[in-house]
Design a protein around this ligand. Sequence first.
Ligand SMILES: Cc1cc2nc3c(=O)[nH]c(=O)nc-3n(C[C@H](O)[C@H](O)[C@H](O)COP(=O)(O)O)c2cc1C
Length: 226
Amino acid sequence: MFKFEPSPYGSLVRSFNFEPTPEGYLMSHTTVTVAIAYHSGFGHTRRLADRVALGASSVPGAKAVLAPVDTITDGLWDTLSAADAIIFGTPTYMGTASGTFHAFAEASSKVWHGRGWQDKLAAGFTISGGMSGDKLNTLQFLTVLAAQHGMNWVNLGLVPGWNLADSRDDEVNRLGFYLGLGAQVPNDVDAAGLNTGDLETAELLGARVARQALTLLAGRRALVAA
Ligand SMILES: Cc1cc2nc3c(=O)[nH]c(=O)nc-3n(C[C@H](O)[C@H](O)[C@H](O)COP(=O)(O)O)c2cc1C
């Protein structure tokens, strides 16, 4: 909901009227939920999403929930609204997120209007057929989507792998992304053939986001208690 308020500089500024996380909620919650909002045309992104979920739920105090975005229902929005963090996952199609994911992103403008995801954590992953495949553009799109919602982006937090003469092509973060996970699979290989380094990286991303969400919750609780 919009409202207009006078700014200290004398003009009217448009601000949003949204509730901060209620103190009662903060004090009664010690666990976090990480939602993985993803689309997958042929199963590759879905397998990564499963591993991201596994990583998130491996952190004590965190649970993961998979939220496929190809069917946009009230239940999908409720799941995302209840989450402490949302990890976006999409294949890279034509150098950006898939059309289905874009439809979801566009539909999220209703949430944007009410600042429903403000201050939640966000992160992202993508996969493509090419080693580059223009995946960086997809991760940047996901980052901007998160920023428009006022979310706080959690990066991958891993140094690049597969970057020394004797290193292997199945190392963690083998394609050397920083913003999120960029995975790769040849166009003629199905989801069962995903690179083990990419799968491990997916798990690490999920765990990292879960840890960050728990840290944030602990900080918010401490502030309320202070
Ligand atoms: C419509 C379409 C567009 C694609 N565009 C790209 C692309 O821009 N770059 C790339 O490297 N691979 C591209 N690919 C390959 C997919 O990114 C790759 O197969 C990916 O693993 C698909 O993931 P999914 O099974 O979750 O849909 C494209 C595939 C399709 C079907």
